[in-house]
Each structure stands twice: as structure tokens, then as C-alpha cells.
Design a protein around this ligand. Structure first.
Ligand code: ADP
Ligand code: MG
Length: 251
């Protein structure tokens, strides 16, 4: 029934790059309001999965259904317009635009994730700047509105990535490896920010290569290795799973 329909339904997703199977027959669902961990060692296929969900890559096989609509292989700007936003593991702001302008452009275009350079700042209204400033404040960048992205510390760039994603008014946010390279105090700050978004009703999938970093944050996670799901469940279940322990010991 409509009521039990997951927000996101991924069925038998496979992505091959030539002979390399980066994602192999992966199926999972995400319910509205959930915060799902997506865990696996480096090279496991996590970012590739996000790329297939958001239209950056066309899946080799499988289907993606979002908000009840099959959206497999739709282009990135369509996915953004349908309410799916992401952050990039390798940050992708416009480095020649200020923090505020970056968020305002994301707010205006909804196409920032397939950026073509065609949007002009002259089309941005004062109202949009007000909305963008609010989003900047929501991610803790209220004192950095007029700084350039390159001037931000690493944690500031993560906040900017989250702000640009939020600016598209998503229903689902895909968050890719935001904890790597952060000091522990910053990990807590970014975790708290994600928890605040979750508390406000945002559905999130949060990637991390490191299990323990996510366990404070999530109710449930799936673990992949070599493109295949090897475990799913609560943090406790995952920690004790022999396949997971083997993957993380490199065994
Ligand atoms: P993770 O995000 O879990 O660290 P990735 O999804 O980035 O892993 O990569 C999974 C596998 O797919 C790796 O072996 C990687 O080298 C390969 N891969 C990722 N993107 C491409 C690409 N565009 N072309 C070829 N191989 C790729
Ligand atoms: Mg990755």
C-alpha cells in the first residue's frame, strides 16, 4: 500500500566498469525519516552506489524507485528536482564564488549537481540571498557568508557541501564520507548537525568507511564489501557479524 511504501527502493543494483563489478546485485530500502548507515571498506562501492542513485552513473542493471516513481538512470538535475540531494566525497563547490553565492546558486538552480556554468548570479534575487543566508546559518556558516570556499577549514567545506545540498530542499540526503579527515571534536559537531537535520524530519543515508564513527548516529546500517551486501542491522548486530569482522580485518 501507499502507506508502507519506502521512500527509496533499490532493487538488484549492479554497476560494472568494464570487467570490474563495483556494485553487485544490491537491494535495500530506506523509509521516510530514517537515518541509514552505508558502511564498507575503501573501494567497496559506496560512492558508486550514490552515483547510480543520483544519476551520475547509469546502473548496469537494477532499478531505483524514489517516492513511488521509478527513476532509474534519470539525470542528476532531475533527481535533485525530485528531492534527492547529495554531498560529494571530493567537494565540488564553485571555488570562485562566495559561500553565500554557492548556496544561493544551489537554491536557485536546483541544478547545481550537474553544473554547466550557465547560471548567472545576476538572476539571484534578494529573497534568495535571504533564504541562502538562513541555510548557511543552519549549517553553522553564518560568520563565513562572504568568504571564498578555499578559505574555509575542512569542516567548513563539509558544512558548505551540506548547505548546498539542503538548498535544493531535499526529501533524502545522501552524505558521502563527511567524517574523514576531521578532528574528533569536529566529527561530533558534524554528527550533531546531521542529527538535527534528522530530528527535523530529513531522511539520510550516511556513508562511512569507518564503522565506529557512525554508530552514534544511526539506527540501522548496511555493510558492503566488493560491491555486495555482507550485513545489515543495528550497530550491535553489525559489530558482531563475522563477515563484517573479516572484511575489516582484511581477512
Ligand atoms: P567506495 O566509495 O566504497 O570507497 P567506490 O564506489 O568509489 O568505493 O569504488 C568502487 C570500485 O569501483 C573501486 O574499485 C573503484 O576503483 C571503482 N570505480 C569507481 N568509479 C569508477 C569509474 N568511474 N571508473 C572505473 N572504476 C571506478
Ligand atoms: Mg567513496
Amino acid at each position: 500500500s501507499q502507506r508502507n511504501q519506502p521512500l527509496l527502493d533499490v532493487q538488484n543494483l549492479t554497476k560494472k566498469f568494464g570487467g570490474l563489478v563495483a556494485v553487485n546485485d544490491l537491494s535495500f530500502q530506506v523509509d521516510e525519516g530514517e537515518i541509514l548507515g552505508f558502511i564498507g571498506p575503501n573501494g567497496a562501492g559506496k560512492s558508486t552506489t550514490f552515483n547510480c542513485l543520483t544519476g551520475k552513473h547509469k546502473p548496469t542493471e537494477g532499478t531505483v524507485t524514489f517516492r513511488g516513481e521509478e527513476v532509474t538512470s534519470k539525470p542528476p538535475h532531475e533527481m535533485v528536482n525530485k528531492g534527492m540531494a547529495r554531498t560529494f566525497q571530493h567537494f565540488a563547490p564553485l571555488y570562485d564564488r562566495s559561500v553565500l553565492e554557492n548556496v544561493a546558486l544551489a537554491y536557485t538552480s536546483g541544478k547545481v549537481f550537474s553544473w554547466s556554468g550557465l547560471f548567472s548570479l545576476s538572476t539571484i534575487t534578494g529573497t534568495t540571498y535571504d533564504a541562502a543566508a538562513e541555510i548557511c546559518a543552519r549549517v553553522g556558516l553564518q560568520d563565513d557568508l562572504h568568504r571564498m570556499p578555499g578559505e574555509l577549514p575542512h569542516a567548513g567545506l563539509i558544512r558548505l557541501e551540506l548547505g548546498r545540498a539542503l538548498a535544493t530542499d531535499p526529501k533524502l540526503m545522501l552524505v558521502d564520507e563527511v567524517f574523514a579527515g576531521l578532528a574528533s571534536g569536529e566529527v561530533e559537531e558534524i554528527s550533531n548537525l546531521l542529527l538535527e537535520l534528522h530530528a527535523e524530519g530529513m531522511t539520510l543515508i550516511v556513508i562511512d568507511h569507518n564503522m565506529s564513527g557512525l554508530f552514534e548516529l544511526i539506527d540501522r546500517a548496511i555493510v558492503i564489501n566488493f560491491g555486495e551486501m555482507i550485513a545489515k542491522g543495528t550497530p550491535e548486530e553489525i559489530k558482531n557479524d563475522p563477515e563484517v569482522q573479516k572484511a575489516y580485518l582484511g581477512g
